[in-house]
Ligand binder design. Structure first.
Ligand code: HPA
Length: 244
């Protein structure tokens, strides 16, 4: 695949900071979270956008998802790997591991979630039956296998509003709804990518048991799991771009 890739990075991926050309892109929806870096990742040129801003000041409900996706589109990006952290809802999975979800349920509200805002001549009802790109998902899973990193294939990502974490009862509801993971940024990022014709898939870092599920306080769980998941995610990405 020779598509132009971007990585939208979530919390704490400092390894990506600095280096590379910086692109300031203004869109009709305003500024993206930060200037977009063009970096060499295992000999491939890849755009990198820190979702929460370069100083990590933008909480999930404040991020200008429309500007982020449109800025990438304007740079010629055809495919996105979205790194995000999630809590694990179902007991089938463990914190400290990775997942490539295959479905989403959107519980967010009040976010500017569509490129169609009545200003265009036309709008479209995009198909979103399968919210993630099959080819990017498959390539991520193949890279994980090649790198020898355990990575769950599939599962339902529940996108919550944040920035607070959920209550135990909310997580019970997510589980009844069929969710496996819970995070705060998967929507409207995934559907905006689809509206713009960008292939999109998540590489999710499972960093905690969701509220009411684990024995430890959530922040302790996050602290003890994040580093392992991050190292594994970097191994997968290295393999992903090495084999391109
Ligand atoms: N809930 C929502 N978002 C998250 C969580 C969680 O438990 N962990 C990491 N992102």
């Amino acid at each position: 695949m020779s598509a132009q890739f971007a990585i939208i990075v979530g919390s704490g991926f400092d390894a990506f900071a600095g280096g590379g050309e910086s692109h300031e892109v203004a869109t009709r929806f305003g500024q993206p979270s930060a200037p977009i870096q063009r970096v060499t990742f295992d000999e491939q040129l890849v755009y990198v956008l820190p979702r929460h801003g370069d100083k990590h000041t933008l909480p999930p409900h404040v991020i200008n998802y429309r500007a982020n996706l449109l800025a990438l589109k304007e740079l010629g990006v055809e495919a996105v790997i979205a790194l995000n952290t999630v809590g694990v809802v179902s007991d089938k999975r463990l914190s400290g591991e990775l997942a490539v979800p295959d479905q989403i349920i959107d519980y967010t509200w009040g976010r500017a979630h569509s490129i169609y805002d009545g200003e265009q001549a036309e709008f479209a009802h995009i198909e979103f039956t399968l919210p993630f790109s099959a080819s990017v998902r498959e390539a991520l899973l193949a890279a994980a296998r090649a790198a020898g990193v355990d990575c769950y294939d599939g599962g339902v990502y529940a996108a919550t509003q944040g920035p607070r974490l959920e209550t135990a009862a909310e997580v019970d509801r997510l589980e009844r709804d069929g969710a496996d993971y819970v995070g705060m940024t998967g929507m409207p990022e995934a559907s905006l990518a689809r509206e713009l014709g960008i292939d999109y898939a998540c590489l999710s870092l499972i960093v905690n048991r969701a509220a009411g599920r684990g024995q430890k306080p959530i922040h302790e769980d996050v602290e003890s799991s994040t580093l392992t998941a991050k190292i594994q995610a970097m191994q997968v990405l290295k393999e992903f771009f090495r084999s391109r």
